[in-house]
Design a protein around this ligand. Structure first.
Ligand code: FE2
Ligand code: FE2
Length: 368
């Protein structure tokens, strides 16, 4: 695919390339038993539903500044200042900048996460012991290459604004790639990173309802991601409930708790405040404390929690950590086998409906 990178992605402090040296056991499966039928049917689905990045209508013009401006005119400013109560009241210009940069930051982290998924899944092809999981992972590798392709093109050709990888996301991706245990790669990538991405993509689609190109891209990527998360759940089913020692299980609990911390940090948009020249400490503190942002960070775990529960990983230690983060409210939601897609959490829909209603009331008051 040929496209113009009008604005290349900025480099992280370490430069254009970084490498991690882990030990990887590559496993051949000479029996080709293909026992897990549900995994094979997911593999068939993956092949049938593959799409091409060139199928996307790249001729759609994306005037993101115009969209941001019209949202401000339609009441977003009042919502931001009255409901979210930022440390400093934001004028129209700052509201525009905040939207443009937050959006570019989120999409950039999606791009970097997709590269992580590409590499982690290539690793799974090598070290997962069963042939049918190797098949599926191979199919996922090509999905992830496409995801990197579409997000990169959108950011560099259409948006013209982007961010380097968030240090916490970079660290988590390193941890996942470095870990020699195949189940931890699945746990880190398919259950945690992709589970969070699935929920965050849904939020982005709602926020960008007025931009048809990103709607199409994210819709395509989400359909793939829901299969990937399902792949993780099916592959890990029964692994933790049977045949793992208490010490091994404790290591997985430690991994989940530390990865959860990194995922939550990755959602903080501190780099945006720094680039805008705003007081990053004050603004980060606000985004940690303000109920809407706190709610947003919690919602991104709405698929992760039921999936961990299904796998038997909502153990007392993990429950304790999740209780403190107020994440256990999602434990009764449907997991990725019961419900492969990730509908936006109802709290978010409710909140956005309130916003829409309040701006409609504003508009009616202004017109009368
Ligand atoms: Fe992906
Ligand atoms: Fe994926």
């Amino acid at each position: 695919m040929d496209y113009t990178q009008t604005n290349p992605i900025p480099m992280p402090p370490g430069g254009a390339f970084s490498s991690v040296r882990g030990t990887l056991e590559t496993v051949f499966d000479w029996q080709y038993e293909l026992r897990k039928k549900n995994l094979l049917s997911l593999y068939e689905k993956g092949k049938t539903l593959a799409w091409n990045a060139s199928d996307v209508d790249w001729s759609i013009d994306v005037d993101i500044e115009r969209l941001a401006h019209s949202r401000v005119q339609n009441g977003l400013g009042k919502i931001m200042n009255d409901v979210l109560q930022p440390p400093v009241k934001l004028g129209d210009e700052e509201l525009m900048k905040m939207q443009l940069h937050t959006n570019a930051f989120m999409l950039s982290q999606f791009l970097h996460g997709e590269q992580g998924a590409l590499l982690a899944t290539a690793k799974i092809v090598q070290n997962v012991p069963w042939e049918e999981a190797k098949f599926y992972a191979a199919n996922q590798v090509s999905d992830e290459a496409r995801h990197v392709e579409v997000y990169h093109r959108y950011l560099t050709e259409k948006l013209g604004l982007s961010y380097e990888v968030h240090p916490s996301l970079g660290r988590l991706l390193d941890d996942i790639i470095l870990d020699p245990r195949w189940d931890v790669t699945f746990l880190g990538m398919q259950i945690l990173v992709e589970g969070l991405a699935l929920a965050a993509f849904g939020v982005l689609r709602m926020q960008m309802a007025d931009e048809p190109l990103i709607q199409d891209i994210v819709g395509r990527v989400m359909a793939d991601e829901s299969r990937h998360v399902g792949f993780g759940v099916i592959a890990l089913e029964n692994i933790y409930r049977h045949g793992m020692s208490a010490a091994e299980l404790r290591e997985r609990e430690d991994f989940i708790i530390s990865a959860t911390e990194l995922l939550r940090e990755r959602l903080l948009v501190t780099p945006v405040f720094e680039r805008l020249g705003w007081d990053a400490d004050v603004w980060t503190r606000w985004s940690i404390d303000t109920p809407f942002m706190r709610g947003f960070r919690q919602m991104t775990f709405s698929k992760i929690v039921p999936n961990l529960k299904r796998l038997g990983l909502l153990t007392p230690r993990v429950r304790d950590a999740y209780e403190k983060l107020d994440l256990l409210k999602y434990e009764h939601m449907k997991d990725s086998v019961e419900e492969p897609e990730a509908p936006p959490p109802h709290e978010l829909v409710e909140l956005l409906m309130q916003f829409i209603q309040s701006s409609a009331t504003e508009g009616a008051a202004a017109a009368s």
